[in-house]
Design a protein around this ligand. Structure first.
Ligand SMILES: [Zn+2]
Length: 297
């Protein structure tokens, strides 16, 4: 079966399932705090493949790649800047292997950790760094690129444009929102969901949404705010498994698979098209989400 485009598959009204966390899944397989996750794509490809395969086994229609921190700025912290293309390509090849012919690989691009407001980078610097990463992700065989966990508009837009203008892939753009004291949602840099999604679409994003952040409770409101201004754009939501609790110095995400899956009908009603998970979600969460979505059809 030819999987075609994600946006075409959504046209029938089908709800697609994305994957769960990668960071926490790699840590549970032995990745240490100070290690470069992307180096595992060449040093422990078997363990990275295990994560990818676990999500396909749980019913994901699309999986991400272990390339979230694969931009040159982040890799330079580990003296791996010169291996940017190699590590990104290797990451996509692993997910491609797990995904098979019928599932999509949505290759992850995360933030650089730098900000234009600090004066240490320009928008052009962002563009060039994301262009390098996006080209490598396409070379590895990705179907789409997901620019995720963003909070600054200029960085996110540079990444969406760089991916759109230098590859033939579908582009997904997600931001991370936190509740204000008034119960509204903003990125850390003060951006509203409707503004961020509109800017992303204007820059070329095919699918928009939210990932990570403070639990899953605000996601329904975020979907509604985006739906209000963009009635036809496909929306993806990848929430964390609840609010992290510090247990013995480690972040633990408390939401059970059932608790997460219970949100799905509300999100679908609000207009979501693709549901996955972020930090703390496992293949068990994805399985529960898969079952909740399937039982509704
Ligand atoms: Zn997360």
């Amino acid at each position: 079966m030819n999987r075609g485009k994600i946006t075409d598959a959504l046209k029938s009204g089908r709800i697609l399932i994305a994957d769960g966390a990668w960071g926490t899944a790699l840590h549970s397989r032995g990745l240490k705090g100070g290690e470069c996750p992307e180096l595992w794509n060449v040093e422990h490809p078997d363990l990275v493949l295990e994560v990818a395969a676990s999500y396909i086994g749980a019913g994901s229609n699309m999986i991400e790649t272990n390339t979230f921190g694969g931009n040159r700025y982040k890799l330079e912290h580990f003296d791996l800047g010169d291996r940017t293309a190699e590590l990104n390509k290797a990451g996509v090849e692993i997910s491609r292997k797990a995904a098979g012919e019928e599932n999509w690989v949505i290759a992850s691009i995360g933030p650089t950790g730098k900000m234009t407001v600090m004066g240490d980078v320009t928008e052009e610097d962002f563009y060039n760094v994301f262009k390098e990463q996006a080209i490598a992700l396409e070379a590895g065989g990705a179907d789409a690129i997901v620019v995720e966990t963003m909070s600054a508009i200029d960085e996110a837009i540079a990444a969406v444009k760089a991916a759109k203008e230098n590859t033939n892939l579908e582009i997904i753009s997600t931001f991370t929102y936190e509740p204000t004291v008034q119960g509204e949602y903003r990125t850390m840099m003060g951006v509203k969901p409707a503004e961020a999604a509109t800017a992303a679409v204007n820059a070329g994003a095919d699918i928009v949404g939210a990932n990570c952040g403070k639990g899953y409770e605000g996601m329904k409101q975020i979907i509604e705010e985006i739906r209000n201004v963009l009635p036809d754009i496909p929306i993806i939501i990848q929430a964390n498994a609840g609010l992290p609790e510090l247990v013995n110095g480690e972040s633990v995400f408390p939401a059970s698979p059932e608790e997460m899956a219970a949100q799905n009908p509300l999100w679908i009603e609000a207009g979501v098209n693709i549901i996955g998970g972020c930090c703390g979600t496992t293949d068990k969460h994805i399985r529960a989400i898969r079952n909740a979505v399937d039982s509704r059809n």
